[in-house]
Design a protein around this ligand. Structure first.
Ligand code: ADP
Ligand code: MG
Length: 246
């Protein structure tokens, strides 16, 4: 998919929380501060991502430092990449190529409210991970059936799903989320409203690893949803991106 235009760069970014990591001005700056597989940078360039948007400049360092994050940034400001890049970097030893760690289960979950969004995130993730053997799964009926096999499940890096699809598998008892280290809620305003909240909470509860990192992303977050989000997060940083001159 082609970007519809240049990313909006004139953002007013506010970050609040304990020890907020400094934001970056370029993607390359991340290389000096964090361990980032060079393949990710190659892919960024390949797809024409030259300048980080406000949420990427501020959000990537926060996630790369394994902090929890509640991010509010307008539609079209590149929220997807702001979490995919750090997560792929943090998962930079793909289980499939690791000799020491036998498969131990799904390592990251990204949740979005509709199948269309799930599919968009999946495609973005494939673009970013090109050239490396991450196991990225778009969760649907067919892949859910495949993943019911524990030996397959153990080799998965990232699962991208709607809440309902994942909950169905959880309830059948054939999906284990005990190894999930990164949980992302995209379009969090919808994920935390009445339609999805119970499902999301069931998934959060099933992710039992004590070092799990959680982050929520949204264009808007009503007070009620924000309270639920902050309750879900541990020592979170809150980032709000506003458009200048609007
Ligand atoms: P949001 O989730 O905030 O609505 P998306 O993640 O869907 O935004 O990104 C919107 C568009 O901007 C996509 O087409 C994406 O490929 C493009 N994009 C994201 N980041 C950048 C960047 N740093 N430079 C250029 N284009 C970008
Ligand atoms: Mg989005």
């Amino acid at each position: 998919k082609q970007s519809t235009g240049p990313p909006i760069l004139s953002h007013r970014v506010t970050a609040k929380g304990r020890h907020v990591p400094e934001s970056v001005h370029t993607f390359e700056e991340l290389l000096g501060r964090y361990v980032i597989p060079s393949q990710l940078m190659v892919n960024l360039r390949r797809y024409g991502y030259v300048h980080p948007t406000g949420i990427q400049a501020s959000g990537c360092p926060i996630l790369l430092e394994s902090r929890d994050l509640a991010a509010i940034s307008p539609t079209g400001t590149g929220k997807t990449l702001s979490y995919l890049l750090p997560i792929m970097a943090l998962l930079s030893t793909p289980i499939s190529s690791s000799k020491t760690v036998a498969g131990t289960g799904i390592r990251a979950i990204i949740l979005a409210p509709t199948r269309e969004l799930v599919s968009q995130i999946y495609n973005e993730c494939l673009k970013l991970s090109q050239g490396r053997k991450w196991r990225i799964v778009l969760f649907n009926k067919a892949t859910a059936a495949t993943l019911a096999d524990k030996t397959v499940q153990d080799k998965v890096d990232v699962v991208i799903s709607t809440p309902l699809r994942l909950v169905s598998s959880l309830q059948s008892g054939r999906l284990s989320l005990h190894n999930v280290r990164h949980l992302i809620l995209d379009e969090a305003d919808r994920m935390l409203d009445q339609e999805f909240l119970a499902q999301v909470q069931e998934i959060v509860t099933a992710c039992t690893h004590e070092n799990i990192q959680k982050a929520v992303f949204s264009a808007t977050l009503p007070a009620g949803a924000e309270r639920i989000a902050l309750d879900m997060l541990r020592d979170p940083i809150r980032v709000i991106v506003g458009l200048k001159d609007t």
